[in-house]
Design a protein around this ligand. Structure first.
Ligand SMILES: CC(C)(COP(=O)(O)OP(=O)(O)OC[C@H]1O[C@@H](n2cnc3c(N)ncnc32)[C@H](O)[C@@H]1OP(=O)(O)O)[C@@H](O)C(=O)NCCC(=O)NCCS
Length: 295
């Protein structure tokens, strides 16, 4: 109802805030929320429809260092061959059984399901025979492939498994696995792959890269937090509820790119701490005024 007409009829006009009635403000908020949701859905749809995210990054599909020359290729969970599935399971066991301890048998089952999900995206690291990989590769060696580019017999020496997904209403890249064979660890490949994942995230309008790390996996923690500057996300158990979260066996880490993602995934704790500090200051000044008033 028009403001003038409402007044003519003797009705109180709806409260105005900054030129907008309360209803108008609610409508605007709803519109904002719907628009944001639409943008998130569109980003997810666009990212999911990209057949091969590596195509935009062809210069990054090779990594050469002393004693190591690898080539990267994309894959999908629902398109894995049986030998590749077996290879992934073997490498996961070699690398992860220790840090999961008694939780491993249950976790292994979860990982087997995640491995073949249609949303699971892969970057496989293919190494060429003379590039310094050792007998561990032969042990895990069901990852042998024929390289379509060079025609050479290449061997997979590691992989990244990731998904385009939504966390805290934001489109993100969630890294489910980053696994390198022991023979290719410590040669800069892990850092290189994570940088590539960050590029893929930005290129596909994702707000952040998110991942989970076992607290017992000290070297991975040091790699992500100490070297790659990932931070403990506001959705990590230790930050959601510090009292219970402290007993959790894992942390969720993130690196956010947009301001909104930083606010939602990185900053919450700062805000919580600031709110706590404000409450504390208020309590102290209340106490002080009671003392001054002689109570
Ligand atoms: C964790 C992992 C992905 C790191 O990849 P990587 O190729 O070995 O690491 P990089 O060579 O790129 O190292 C990058 C930096 O991290 C440091 N780093 C890597 N692994 C480390 C370790 N085990 N201990 C201490 N520092 C380590 C390196 O010294 C390097 O620092 P610098 O650049 O200052 O020299 C790899 O070691 C791996 O696959 N580990 C087993 C599986 C695993 O734990 N995955 C993570 C699960 S969430």
């Amino acid at each position: 109802m028009e403001k003038g007409l409402a007044q003519l009829l003797g009705q109180k006009p709806a409260m105005e805030v900054g030129g907008l009635s309360r209803n108008g403000e609610k409508r605007m908020k709803r519109k904002d929320i719907l628009e944001k949701k639409k943008a998130v859905d569109e980003a997810m749809k666009a990212a999911s429809s990209v057949k091969d995210p590596l195509v935009s990054f062809s210069p990054f599909c090779h990594y050469d260092t002393i004693g190591l020359s690898v080539h990267l290729k994309s894959g999908r969970g629902d398109k894995l061959s049986s030998p590749i599935k077996q290879y992934i399971q073997n490498l996961l066991k070699v690398n992860m059984e220790g840090s999961y301890g008694s939780e491993w048998p249950a976790e292994e089952k979860v990982k087997r399901r995640e491995m073949v999900a249609p949303e699971a995206r892969y970057i496989f690291v293919h190494s060429f025979p003379d590039s310094g990989t050792n007998e561990m590769t032969a042990l895990l060696g069901t990852g042998k492939t024929s390289d379509t580019i060079t025609g050479a017999r290449a061997t997979i020496v590691g992989f990244v498994q990731y998904r385009f997904t939504i966390e805290e209403d934001l489109p993100v890249v969630y890294v489910y696995e980053l696994q390198l064979e022991p023979s290719v660890q410590g040669k800069g490949l892990g850092r290189f792959l994570m940088q590539l994942i960050e590029l893929i995230a930005c290129k596909n309008s994702m707000g952040a890269v998110v991942l989970t790390v076992q607290k017992a996996n000290f070297s991975a923690m040091n790699f992500y937090v100490g070297k790659l500057r990932y931070t403990i996300a506001s959705i990590s158990p230790s930050r959601v509820n510090p009292l219970i979260g402290v007993d959790s066996s894992y942390e969720i880490l993130c690196k956010a790119f947009s301001d909104e993602a930083k606010a939602k995934l990185e900053m919450k704790k700062d805000k919580e701490e600031e709110d706590g500090r404000k409450k504390q200051r208020r309590r102290e000044s209340e106490k002080l005024s009671l003392i001054v008033q002689g109570h």
